[in-house]
Design a protein around this ligand. Sequence first.
Ligand code: C5P
Ligand code: MG
Length: 161
Amino acid sequence: MAADWRIGYGEDAHRLIVGRPLLIGGVEIPGSPHGPEAVSDGDALLHALADALLSGFAQGDIGDLYPPDDPGSANLDSELLLRTVFEQIRRVHGTFTVHNIAATVILDRPELSPYREAIQERVATLAALEGSRLGITFKTSEGLAPDYIQVRTAVLMSRES
Ligand code: C5P
Ligand code: MG
């Protein structure tokens, strides 16, 4: 059997407002001055990763599974969303392997590097991946988008065909 290799790519952005918890890759960043304005929990890293997985298998995007104006999408737990995406891809394509994930989080504040390991561990667990196969980098926007979080994610996957 030949391996069918897939690259997936996903992005997400949310406006940041005072009084919302900042969740990144399933980890709540303590003491954040702001968090995402979103119908769901606004976890931009998990949303970008979910779209990356779907895009690699040409399965549309998370808006198809959870339309933003659908009441069922309100307060959506992004870890549940990610599990649903894995199930959806497996339903169509069978078992597949995630080989590595690369993610960049663009955020002016707070500083995220103290939480890199915690985020890596959580996302690796959610994606059934070894921690060393998940790279995550942090960048400021250099003041261009101080009230936004933006995430870009690439993922390498394969399935037997
Ligand atoms: O964007 P800039 O190159 O100035 O970021 C410098 C470093 O600061 C990054 O390489 C990253 O390690 C760290 N950083 C961070 N948390 C952020 C943004 C950047 O830890 N929110
Ligand atoms: Mg810089």
